[in-house]
Design a protein around this ligand. Structure first.
Ligand SMILES: [Fe+2]
Length: 280
């Protein structure tokens, strides 16, 4: 077992709850641009499509209110709970009713709310182009501390790190299964949501999503390109709050015990094909 990993946490990203001063505007965008069904529950706007759920709630613009990861085994949840208690991390009530009662909810060092649990059954959502909610990326003022927390306490594994010329950590890509990353943390001057990503099934589907965005009058903000870490093909759009939304394909799968790689802090690491906005 890797020294930085006290008990691998196998799971995948299940939902994101995103704050906005105008959550209904983002829900309407999810309906038209992301082909999701939408219903209002109190102050929350719940958007669903096969293999993805987004919840838009009142809150600061571009804020991550909570992220939910699906974990199949109750014993993994019990072990996570034990590690959190051992490290003095306070447990909270689940912010949404998307998981069974043994869900484990807590905050990371930046205050982001994380919820790990066994998803409750939901009726199948309407059909859409394939896109599975796959990863979320947060900006942090202390990426080193966040990386230690997610690996040593939560149980994620590091797939790749991006280091600058002074060997300072700029980005960590972490995984919760054999996919290269389901969470990444950028070093930045504030703590915030950076972007979230849907993995589609192949390059042609990225074309189909881009055609759909075009029909909706939405222009691509970045891409098409291919990331260095993860080797995934990508396009990005913005929602009305300027949240970055990614559609990707061909995300690398890694060996269970694959050691962490290192990439330079350079445009080419973000985009092997061309230009890249360096945000960390
Ligand atoms: Fe991404």
């Amino acid at each position: 077992m890797a020294k930085n990993n006290p008990g691998a946490l196998w799971g995948h990203l299940h939902y994101l709850q995103i704050g906005s001063p105008h959550p209904e505007r983002l829900a309407h965008f999810a309906y038209s641009a992301l082909q999701m069904t939408v219903h209002q529950s109190g102050a929350d706007w719940i958007c669903c499509a096969p293999d993805r759920m987004l919840v838009y709630s009142p809150g600061p613009v571009r804020s991550l209110l909570s992220a939910g990861y699906a974990v199949a085994e109750p014993e993994k949840l019990a072990a996570l709970k034990q590690r959190l208690v051992h490290h003095g991390v306070a447990l909270e009530a689940a912010p949404l009713n998307f998981f069974e009662a043994d869900a484990v909810t807590f905050r990371d060092p930046d205050g982001n709310c994380l919820c790990f649990g066994r998803p409750v059954h939901r009726n199948p959502a309407a059909e859409s182009l394939p896109a599975r909610l796959q990863h979320v990326v947060v900006a942090s003022t202390d990426a080193e501390r966040m990386t230690r927390f997610y690996t040593e306490v939560v149980g994620m594994r590091i797939s790749d790190r991006v280091l600058d010329e002074q060997h300072q950590l700029r980005t960590t890509f972490m995984r919760t299964n054999r996919e290269h990353h389901s969470l990444a943390v950028f070093q930045a001057d504030s703590c915030r949501l950076d972007h979230f990503c849907h993995e589609t099934t192949n390059w042609n589907l990225i074309r189909d999503w881009a055609d759909h965005f075009s029909e909706e009058g939405i222009i691509l903000k970045w891409g098409p390109g291919r990331h260095g870490p993860g080797n995934n093909l990508f396009i990005f759009i913005h929602d009305p709050d300027d949240n970055w939304i990614e559609i990707s394909a061909e995300l690398e799968t890694v060996l269970e015990q694959q050691p962490a790689g290192v990439w330079p802090h350079a445009e080419r690491s973000l985009n092997l094909w061309g230009r890249a906005p360096l945000r960390s």
